[in-house]
Design a protein around this ligand. Structure first.
Ligand code: UDP
Length: 246
């Protein structure tokens, strides 16, 4: 871990990675990267690297996990042991179980699961490299992978955190800001701005939360545009051109 910097915001108002308070880290998305998955996505966001595979709707096993009226949605967040500075212990942890649960719940309002009774929709998240904000990065990647799999959804889910560093509200904390900052507040929302995930680590006043949510709305709008652009490219490309690219 790097040593605690004296300041996280320099005198010219920029953060240590050069961003302004309201800027997200650069994001890059690739779609359809896993040939055995029904839908997949590789996403880089700053130094985060995330791979998502979506499988289904397929018959749910074990059969006792099936529901007669709807598909069950399963979300598994996993950190590769080499993804963090101190090796992450393989297997589920309290943290990964919690992230999986809240992330699944973030998608439940938009996935039209009732169309596929007795099936399962599996979302597998592998964090290959972590630099804070992996749960939000994974949700953004999962949203694209679900669309890639053709899962009917009322819209995309988009996710971004705000936080507080040196007493100032900023968008999308990186690892140093997360380590040495005062608060982190991940959010996920629908395209219409309906919030489907909120978590908070640290202390914030109601006014700071209001200010942060405005930043998050701006960040999510930018991310939604990136998600839509990659999906449009895939689904609007005439079949002939796709064959040529392959
Ligand atoms: N982290 C780590 N080891 C762990 C868990 C997390 O080094 O076992 C790091 C990793 O960079 C992660 C960051 O701490 O992205 C922040 O973790 P947090 O639990 O806040 O979740 P995230 O911000 O990634 O959603």
């Amino acid at each position: 871990m790097s040593d605690k910097p004296e300041k996280l915001i320099t005198d010219d108002g920029l953060r240590l990675d050069g961003r302004r308070a309201d800027e997200i880290r650069p994001m890059k998305i690739e779609i359809g990267v896993l040939s055995r998955a029904d839908g997949s996505c590789y996403l880089e966001w700053g130094r985060n690297k995330i791979l998502v595979g979506v499988f289904g709707p397929r018959e749910a096993h074990p059969r006792r996990s099936q529901r007669a009226d709807t598909a069950v949605i399963r979300y598994k967040y996993n950190m590769a042991s080499f993804s963090v500075e101190d090796r992450a212990r393989p297997g589920p942890s309290r943290r990964s179980i919690e992230i999986s649960k809240v992330s699944r719940e973030a998608f439940e309002p938009v996935i039209m699961a009732e169309l596929f009774p007795k099936t399962a929709i599996d979302i597998f998240v592998e964090v290959l490299q972590a630099d804070a904000g992996t749960r939000t990065a994974a949700i953004n990647a999962s949203s694209v992978a679900l669309a890639d799999a053709g899962i009917p959804m009322k819209g995309l889910i988009t996710s971004c955190a705000f936080g507080k560093i040196d007493g100032k509200i900023v968008l999308d904390l990186n690892k140093d800001e997360d380590n040495y900052g005062d608060a982190d507040f991940p959010v996920a929302m629908t395209q219409d701005g309906e919030i489907t995930l909120v978590q908070m680590d640290g202390h914030l006043t109601p006014e700071e939360i209001r200010e942060g949510l405005e930043l998050v709305k701006k960040g999510c709008k930018e991310i939604l545009e990136i998600q839509q652009a990659v999906l449009r490219k895939k689904f609007e490309t005439p079949m002939g051109e796709l064959a040529e690219e392959a």
